[in-house]
Design a protein around this ligand. Structure first.
Ligand code: EPU
Length: 339
């Protein structure tokens, strides 16, 4: 491992984030335990060095070189902590690769995360971002989240209700942004398969007599078809979150755009696919410098090889502006800009 101290010399982190845009940072430190993280934080605080936790870097756009140390969890392990006739409680270290965790659950016959197969990233970041796909969000199965307070070094256990989960949102992205570093997540999974196949054409892709493995296989197949493999084409998955608008606004838009899809959120609001809005404006395959709207899924911006962060940000801003000018809908990045 290329652990380095932040002695003013920058290291290359281009391969540490999935956009693959050349970037450097003052250091990269891994920790394999809560105690190691506490010691690291203590040291960085005492030297007044900036730091930021990073998983697989699958949701980040570095606008410049990062003037601080990136902290990466190597806390591994998946542990069965409790079980009864119906459910298991499973605790995973924040550094476990998310899709390895999903594969392990599927192989163990534990249901709840199979729809979330093949999402890039690690366990810790998944609980910050509240990752979701095919009708399931990770908060549906989270029981609690353990995290270290970066100011005090104390460990805090957040129960599900304390995490303020929403669509791609959590307390760790809002009021506690930057305050805690997640060290483990505990999930409540079902010992009986509870299939959720009502999203899009998932049911059709899975076919008759589903199993956890066949759902996982179908999701992987769909994702491979629609989304770029980040080791081949840099990206950060969905660049924007799908906007939530009022039903009355949606009804108005529907009169002008009768085929506009939507997902009900609650009685008064609906979610509209930003990919559809963008696609309809002719952005598919359009580029700015080396950044391009992915032709198979307009919600994704890819690095065709020579993109700079400015290219990506400029393309994203142009897209958001055109969506606003046409539909009077604001779309916001899901990707975190690090400036
Ligand atoms: N659509 C288009 N053109 C496009 C893309 C989408 O017309 O270029 C239409 C589709 O035909 C469909 C609708 O928009 O009617 C929704 O598309 P899709 O099912 O691909 O889902 P999405 O809303 O674009 C969300 C998540 C994805 C997740 C999929 C599947 C967000 C921001 N994105 O995308 O998550 O995989 O649903 O559940 O909510 C990610 O977060 O990185 C990610 C890939």
């Amino acid at each position: 491992m290329d652990n380095q101290s932040a002695a003013g010399c920058y290291i290359d982190i281009t391969k540490r984030h999935t956009f693959g845009i050349p970037t450097r940072a003052m250091g990269w430190q891994e920790y394999g335990s809560v105690e190691a993280l506490q010691a690291l934080l203590n040291d960085l605080r005492s030297r007044n060095v900036d730091f930021m936790p990073i998983g697989q870097g699958s949701n980040l756009l570095f606008l410049h070189d990062y003037r601080g140390v990136l902290l990466h969890s190597a806390i591994g392990g998946v542990e069965l902590v409790e079980q009864d006739a119906d459910n298991v409680l499973v605790r995973a270290g924040s550094g476990v690769v998310w899709d390895d965790f999903v594969a392990y659950c599927v192989a163990s016959g534990w249901s709840g995360v199979e729809n979330l197969s093949y999402i890039p990233g690690e366990v810790g970041a998944s609980a910050v971002q509240n990752i979701g796909a095919y009708g399931v969000e990770v908060c549906d199965v989270i029981s609690c989240v353990e995290a270290v307070d970066v100011m005090t070094g104390c460990v805090h256990k957040f129960l599900l209700d304390e995490c303020a989960y929403g669509y791609r949102d959590s307390i760790f992205k809002q009021s506690l942004r930057g305050r805690y570093i997640i060290t483990s997540v505990t999930y409540k999974l079902s010992r009986r398969p509870l299939f959720r196949l009502d999203y899009g054409n998932l049911q059709q892709a899975v076919g008759e007599n589903p199993t956890l493995q066949s759902v996982r296989d179908a999701v992987i197949e769909i994702r491979r078809r629609k989304l770029p493999e980040t080791n081949e084409l840099g990206s950060a998955g969905s660049f924007f979150v799908n906007p939530v608008i009022s039903r009355s606004r949606y009804d108005e838009l529907l009169r002008r755009y009768p085929d506009m899809p939507h997902y009900p959120v609650d009685e008064t609001t609906v979610k509209v696919p930003a990919g559809w809005l963008i696609d309809r404006l002719g952005w598919k395959g359009k580029s700015r410098g080396g950044a391009m709207v992915y032709p198979q899924q307009c919600l994704v911006i890819v690095n065709t090889g020579s993109a700079t962060a400015d290219d990506v940000a400029a393309l994203a801003a142009d897209i958001a502006r055109s969506v606003w000018e046409t539909y009077r809908i604001t779309i916001k990045p899901e990707v975190n800009y690090i400036g």
